[in-house]
Design a protein around this ligand. Structure first.
Ligand code: COA
Length: 144
């Protein structure tokens, strides 16, 4: 598996993964293009052959980063790709002056909560009824 920063030509593949994983933030191709143009953001992707297997996106401002979106194609889950992608965006944030990272994740999203815990995040709060279906969000954080 090859890990690299995503580029504009990856947008259709990134968008296809988010569609296949409804728990991802659904940005659509325009949203991906906007995020890729954002200087304070990074999007890492995992590639095998010509296929994109997953992505992780983070935005950094004044030393504080937020993980915005993480997804692994259903064909490639449980192979360590998600945790490696999260490590890559955390390294990028550290190299660009990030000190604190936060994220929100649905309380019922067990795989993602476990992934973030494995990557070093702990729960720092709860946002009640955060999602459209009234699911609460856990706020998780880690220091770099
Ligand atoms: C969450 C997600 C990114 C995990 O990707 P992945 O590549 O399968 O994760 P990894 O293989 O790196 O797993 C790392 C750890 O996360 C946890 N984990 C991942 N999937 C899990 C599952 N289905 N059930 C329980 N724990 C799970 C485990 O602790 C795992 O470590 P282990 O394999 O040593 O037990 C993937 O399931 C996904 O795309 N989900 C839908 C989108 C989403 O929820 N995104 C996050 C919110 S934005």
């Amino acid at each position: 598996m090859n890990y690299r920063l995503a580029v504009l030509s990856d947008v259709p593949a990134l968008s296809a993964i988010e569609k296949a994983q409804p728990r991802c933030a659904q940005w659509g191709e325009l949203g991906w293009q906007t995020e890729l143009a954002e200087k304070s953001s990074c999007i890492w992707c995992a590639q095998t052959g010509k296929q994109i297997a997953g992505f992780a996106a983070l935005r950094l401002a004044a030393g504080v980063g937020e993980i915005l979106n993480v997804g692994v194609s259903p064909d490639f889950t449980r192979r360590g790709i998600g945790v490696e992608l999260v490590k890559r965006v955390l390294n990028w944030a550290r190299e660009h002056g990030g000190r604190q990272i936060t994220l929100e994740v649905g309380v019922c999203n067990g795989p993602a909560v476990a992934l973030y815990q494995k990557a070093g995040f702990t729960q720092v709060g709860v946002r009640k009824n955060f999602y459209a279906n009234n699911e609460d969000a856990l706020i998780m954080g880690c220091s770099l």
